[in-house]
Design a protein around this ligand. Structure first.
Ligand code: ZN
Length: 295
């Protein structure tokens, strides 16, 4: 089954939910970055969160960057996404790992660290991008995103993000959901939602059991009259190209390019989001020099 997310709204417009299945996307990230099992979970939860947050933006050109900078050994996790379900990510130290918890769970909180910041940058095509930043609460990422929405956006939000890593360290199941309530909702209804969340299986278990995002929505919010308002296919996708890398080289300036030509005669640039290698031989580098000199 392909990865996708759904957006659902109750017919009275008082609560919305996003549910995503992201198993393939997380496995793709694992293969590219050769993440350790705990890092697969940390990256996977972050990719899932960014896929959902990206879907809250309106325009195709809008760009979301989610940065999780904790004091754990994975360093900073950076995820970039848009509203078309395309997400890419990287971490400073994707191969670092920590021992599992006493219950045998991947200890994402320790790998990410429980001190630091969550930064959300949304480039919505306006003069200045929107930037929101909150403190990391536990480093488990779900809690931290929920806290971000509460503190930075004043929107009560329930967040569940989960990744199940198989014995052969591949990704077995991954997904997440975000439920947001609007002020019109009653206290009784909030209790109903809270109970349903508590009663439900962990999100990664539901995905592993083959439940679709639609079924998970009904599992959680069966008491409400929900309707799916949007369905978006999700993919790990990098938008790098030789043209874009060339622009980066141009920005290095004349001296730097001359040094590369004199010292190595060629240059290989690797995109850190997807590991694609771009080769610039002497001819290409000299063309870049001409472009710089012509500026
Ligand atoms: Zn790339």
């Amino acid at each position: 089954m392909k990865d996708y997310l759904i957006r659902g709204m109750d017919k009275k417009g008082r609560l919305r939910i996003f549910v995503a299945k992201t198993t393939n996307m997380v496995e793709e990230a694992r293969k590219i970055h050769e993440t350790s099992p705990t890092a697969t979970a940390a990256m996977g939860r972050s990719l899932t969160a960014a896929a959902i947050m990206g879907a809250t933006m309106k325009n195709e050109e809008d760009l979301l960057t989610l940065k999780i900078s904790g004091n754990g050994t994975i360093g900073t996790i950076t995820i970039v996404g848009n509203n078309k379900g395309e997400v890419k990510g990287l971490a400073d130290y994707p191969q670092s790992d920590v021992p599992s918890t006493l219950e045998g769970k991947l200890d994402v909180g320790s790998l990410v660290g429980n001190e630091g910041t969550i930064t959300v940058i949304m480039d919505l095509g306006l003069k200045e991008p929107y930037v929101g930043q909150t403190e990391i609460v536990t480093g488990e990422i779900g809690d931290d995103i929920a806290n971000f929405y509460l503190v930075s956006e004043q929107v009560p939000t329930a967040v569940a993000l989960g990744v199940l890593v198989d014995k052969d360290i591949t990704t077995k199941a991954a997904g997440g959901y975000i439920i947001q309530i609007l002020p019109e909702i009653s206290d009784d209804e909030i209790t109903l939602i809270e109970n349903a969340i508590q009663k439900a299986e962990p999100i990664s278990t539901m995905i592993n059991n083959g439940l679709t995002p639609e079924e998970i929505m009904h599992e959680l919010l069966g008491e409400f009259d929900m309707e799916v308002t949007d369905k978006i296919e999700l993919n790990y996708k990098c938008d790098c190209s030789e043209d874009k890398i060339e622009k980066v080289l141009i920005s290095l300036g004349r001296k730097e390019i001359e040094d590369i030509i004199h010292e190595d005669g060629e240059s290989e640039v690797v995109c850190h989001f997807c590991n694609t290698k771009y080769k610039f031989d002497r001819d290409k580098l000299e063309k870049i020099l001409l472009t710089i000199n012509g500026q």
